[in-house]
Design a protein around this ligand. Sequence first.
Ligand SMILES: Nc1nc2c(ncn2[C@@H]2O[C@H](COP(=O)(O)OP(=O)(O)OP(=O)(O)O)[C@@H](O)[C@H]2O)c(=O)[nH]1
Length: 364
Amino acid sequence: MRASYMGLCGLVVAASLAYQPANIVWWAFTAVSALVWPHIAYLHSCRQADPFQSEYLNCLIDALIVGCWVALMQWSLLPSICILAISMSDRSYLGLKQRWLPFVGALLAGMGLMAALVQPEAQWLAPLGVQISLLPLVILHTAYTSRSTRRMLKTLAKQNLQLKLLGRIDPLTTVYSRDYWWKMARTALRQHHIRQEQTSLLVIDIDHFKRINDEYGHIVGDEVLKLIGLNIRQCLRSHDIAGRYGGDEFTVLCKNAKAEDAYFVALRIRDKLAQIRLREYPKLRISASIGVAAADDSFESVATWIKAADTALYSAKDAGRDQIIDAGPSSHIPNSPATIPMPASKTSLNPVAQEQPVKDDLTY
Ligand SMILES: Nc1nc2c(ncn2[C@@H]2O[C@H](COP(=O)(O)OP(=O)(O)OP(=O)(O)O)[C@@H](O)[C@H]2O)c(=O)[nH]1
């Protein structure tokens, strides 16, 4: 950007010099400052640990040069104002607008220095040739700036979208964040109220998770939570939505699912979590208690719905943990959960029968 800006400005200064009896020194100064300086500035910035700071210094030198050019052009109003305006707008474009005072100082210093050396006669009106030489600067600079702005806006929009998506995901467990999950649950409950769509939710709490933290440390605890998130996601149907409710508690919204269907999702999750193994800690075992609650017309809010599932979860904890308990048909009435009758093949619900064979692909 500097190379093109300084180069095009140099063209205007050269056009102005062509109308004056300028000596070789001013031609050389114009050529070096317009064509060589931008590359020196670039190399200087690249070699510095803090490019912003070195760019600040470069911009001060730019301003000094621009000040010199204004005096060299015999204060011609049109080219001087164009070059100054573009120079100042570039400074703010680079994010240096907070430090405008040193730039103005450098500009004035450049003007004063060159005025003392050249003692130019004021030529307020620029000759036609100089005015024409301004065209490439104005046109190309405007095009370049608008292209860069368009690019920046595109990047910004992309990053905003990424931020929005990231905000929906719990970074540790990679399931949805509580807020986003809650929003989805609210929509599902509304759809149940309007269209009687069947939806159920699971509240999953890891049993004795504190012990894992205490015994193996919080880093391992985090690793376990990460694996739990991953494994829960692997058990979901395509339209189920898992979220992290907080700490070691997860929620799953099972869309188009009666309590019985959600129960099987819960069963899959519970069995899958029981198979998690960590290579470094082969004795570490995970079990989860799960409360299931189908959406009910009497649930006015997600909070009531979750409360029903939570009540079932507490019953699972009370019943010895590693259990799945459905809140039952009257789930909105607290403390009235009913254990779903288990199919004969699902005897693994018995906590005693939980020891699963180690599967290599589940060892992390
Ligand atoms: N490593 C880790 N631990 C967490 C995180 N969030 C919460 N915890 C811990 O998870 C534990 C949750 O404990 P509780 O749910 O109260 O109890 P519990 O030990 O799981 O026992 P029960 O739920 O009664 O089976 C606490 O010790 C928290 O410090 C986290 O992000 N990382």
